[in-house]
Design a protein around this ligand. Sequence first.
Ligand code: ADP
Length: 314
Amino acid sequence: MKPRVFGVSRSYGDLQNIDIIENRSVQSKSGLPSRYQKGRFLGKGGFAKCYEVQDLETKETFAAKIVSKASVTKPRAHAKLRSEIAIHKELHHEKVVKFYEHFEDAEHVYIMLEVCPNRTLNEFMRRRPPKRLMEPEAIFYVYELISALQYLHRRHVIHRDLKLGNLFLDKNMRLKVGDFGLAAQLDFAGEKRRTVCGTPNYIAPEILEGKHGHSFEVDVWSLGVIIYTMVFGRPPFETADVKTTYKRIRMNQYSFPDSVRVSCQVKELISRILQTDPLKRPSLEEILVSSWVNASRLPPSMPDSVSMWSTPRG
Ligand code: ADP
């Protein structure tokens, strides 16, 4: 089958095309332009494979997200990739995975990102007993995440797929929000979106309901799910099957397990955030001054229990 070459889409505003960078046309066996040396495999997502690569001229390292064009021939997948690039390339913030450039050849699209060698908070929690975060660690990361979300929301971007697996960790174990594949760029602050999207455990009830559209509050909901998962070690609505999880989300059915001792301040904050009515949820600024996040001085410093992990690991 002849690989599909992306055409100009009229539906994506300023995104004219996925550029073909002509001076990058000399290719190595990996498909990457020959100035890049492919290094270790970093991970695989729904569409992409990600490798650490080094620019042989500048010696800089990047995470190269490589998407096979054959895997994005369906209009939805194609639109998702274009939208991810269009939104992510305009974002410039310390707490957002840096987007360097993108280019393509006949078979692949390449997205060059800041490399996050310590993977994501999901893997960090899984590999370190007791597989949950201590509250000072959770507060530290929640503070970093809110800083990213304030930036995104100010720019009218809703992430819509916030979860521990999309919270990357750089070489110093600092948080970087990544994966903008489901993000939406609103034209104005009051605009509502209707597409059903997100990851089952973290999806907000108004997205499932789909009646009145959704907005920035879906990210606040996911933040509540993230806080719960950080301190209890598992997501609040998780069940063995997705339908039951969705039912629990719609009915706001979750509880705080007695087996894990946590502060009443964190439980109180989680309860305030995980409210079915999006307008009743606190704003990001209100969360920052909540008694849990603001228990000590702001910004919180990185706990030693986290910084000791900061050497890059394989
Ligand atoms: P997809 O859009 O196909 O779901 P992802 O964005 O989830 O792809 O990337 C696939 C995997 O590659 C991730 O789960 C992660 O393990 C790894 N990865 C992605 N971006 C980076 C990065 N900037 N640094 C390090 N690893 C990354």
